[in-house]
Design a protein around this ligand. Sequence first.
Ligand code: SF4
Length: 371
Amino acid sequence: MDIFELRTPELTRRDFLKVASAAVALLGLSQALTPKVVKALEESLGKPAVVWLEGQDCAGCVESFLNSLEPPATSILLDTISLRYNETAMAASGHQAEDALAKTIEEGGYILVIEGAIPLAEDGLFCTIGGKPFKDIVRETAKNAAAIVCVGSCATYGGIPRSGPTDAVGYLFRGTQKHHYYDDVGNKPVINLPTCPLHCERLVAVIVHYLTFGTVPELDKFHRPVAFYGENQHENCERRGHFDAGRFLTDWGDPSQQGWCLYLKGCKGPWANQDCWKRLWNNRTNYCIKANHPCVACSEPEFYESVSPMYERQFDTELPGIGRVDIDKVMATVGGAVAAGVGLDMLVSRATGRWKGDGEESAKKDGGKES
Ligand code: SF4
C-alpha cells in the first residue's frame, strides 16, 4: 500500500553504486564488498517495509534524513524500501494511515524506526496518537518487527524529554540504564543511532548492512554501531593542539581566540564518542566544533540532563590515583603541569569515567562490545 504522494526519480544504476560504496565506506568494510551491496539493494527494490514512528520528539531526525542529498536517503526510503508509515512524510492521514500501519504489522518482518522518546508516566498519556499511548503503539509495532532502529537521542536514551516530568525513555535505555519495559516484545536486533538530530548516513548504512548481510553491524554496550561511535571527539579534534597548549576560548568576541579550545565554553568533546569530526553534517559541510559551538555530547546516553547548561564548563575531572582535578587550577599552573609530564590531555581524559556517577564506565574504555 503506497500512501506517499512524494516521489523521487527511480534509482539509477549510478545511484545504487553511490549508495552502496558510501555504505561500505561508512561501515569500514572492504570496497570489494560493493558489488554484493549493489546486488542486495537491487534485489530488495521496494521490498523491505519500513515503519517510522514518532513519539515525544521535534521531528528533527526525519527532517535531517529527508534533507540529505548524499547519499540520496529519500530515494532509498521511497524507492528502494517501502516506507509504509511516517507521520511527517506521509500524505495520508486518519484511517487510511492507520490501516496501512495495521496491515504492515500483520504482515510482519519490517524494519521499525523509532524517533522520539517514549513517555511512561501517567500510563503514557503525555504522548498519544489516535487516542493510543505511544508506549503501547511501540509495543504493538515492535512485536512483529524484524529489527528496530532507534534514531536520535530521544528514542535511544530519552534525550531532552528525559529531563522533564514525563518519565521519557528510549526503547531500551533510560539514560545509561536498561529499563526492560519492552522485554516481553522478544529478542530482536536493536540498533541505537543517537545524536540530536540523527545523522542520515548512519541510518542508511545500517539499513544497507541489514539488507546485504541480514545482520546488524558490531554494536557497543549502548547498542551503538562501533563504526560510528567507536572514536572519541576530543582525541580527534582539530582544536586539540590548543587544548594541549592551554589555549582556551574565554571571550567569543575576541578575534585572537578564534579556533581555540572550547572546553571552558562547555565543550563535552572529551566524553563524546562519535565520528562527527570526520563525517561532518549538512551534506559534509560542517559540524558543531568547526562552527564554533561546543560539542554537547549528544551521542551519549547522559544527554541532555548532564550537559546542561550547555555553555558552562561544569565538570571537573576524576583521575585514577589523583582524585578530582579543578581545571581552573590546572590552567593557572599549566606550565608546571606540562613540565611535570602531566599533559592536559591526561587531566581531562575520557578514561576518567562517565560524568555524574551513573556508574557506567566509558563504552570505549572497556571495549564496549556487546556479545
Ligand atoms: Fe576539541 Fe572540545 Fe577537546 Fe577542546 S575540549 S579539544 S574543543 S573536543
